[in-house]
Design a protein around this ligand. Structure first.
Ligand SMILES: Cc1cc2nc3c(=O)[nH]c(=O)nc-3n(C[C@H](O)[C@H](O)[C@H](O)COP(=O)(O)O)c2cc1C
Length: 186
């Protein structure tokens, strides 16, 4: 399996880090592209360096390199996840404004009819944010805000992040042991 992983400058860099870790553990091929502001949030929110992050991916692509393989529809893959996804990046994707490699890869994923998942993070959401996300949802993009579940009784942030990342993998059709699944009431 081959996944494109985009990280943009919304809060929640730890989500992208954990997603890459789990993909590495499951031997899923990942192609990583990181926006400039994702580099900053990674630095501000985690102990993970850019070097460590790149080491979690199979291939790292420079975010300014619009000539990278993932910029082309001829690059075959099984889905793209933007985790986390800022409202700026969601707005760019919703309007086909592909100024960066991350935005171009998402644009191409849509035009080729491949699966795209946006872990869109902002709160509260303005009408502009909601309209952009609705526009994307209507054409089949999965909008998956990093909203925690509580029915699984998480004990710490690791549980919350793990469960959420497992649900993203579910959406990609990847069998995983990260989701504590609801077993019913009895
Ligand atoms: C610490 C920090 C947290 C941020 N959190 C968010 C967020 O949760 N959602 C969002 O849409 N933008 C957030 N931003 C703003 C984006 O980083 C900013 O809009 C940037 O231009 C996004 O560019 P990018 O999408 O190319 O990464 C945050 C910025 C910083 C510095």
């Amino acid at each position: 399996m081959r996944i494109i992983v985009g990280m943009s400058g919304a809060s929640g860099a730890c989500l992208g880090v954990r997603f890459l870790r789990e993909c590495q553990r499951m031997a899923i091929e990942t192609h990583l592209v990181v926006s400039k502001w994702a580099e900053r949030t990674l630095e501000l929110e985690t102990e993970v360096s850019m070097q460590d992050l790149c080491g979690l991916a199979t291939t790292f692509h420079d975010g300014d390199d619009l000539g990278a393989p993932i910029a082309s529809g001829s690059f075959r893959h099984d889905g793209m996840v933007v985790i986390p996804c800022s409202m700026k990046t969601a707005g760019a994707i919703a309007n086909g404004y592909s100024a960066t490699l991350l935005e171009r890869a998402a644009d191409v994923t849509i035009k080729e009819g491949r699966r795209l998942i946006l872990v869109a993070r902002e709160t509260p959401l303005s009408a502009i944010h909601l309209e952009n996300l609705l526009k994307l949802a209507r054409i089949g993009v999965t909008i998956m805000p990093p909203v925690p579940a509580f029915y699984n009784q998480p004990e710490n942030m690791n549980d919350i992040v793990g469960h959420f990342v497992g649900r993203v993998l579910d959406r990609l059709g990847v069998d995983n042991d990260l989701v504590k699944r609801w077993q019913g009431l009895d």
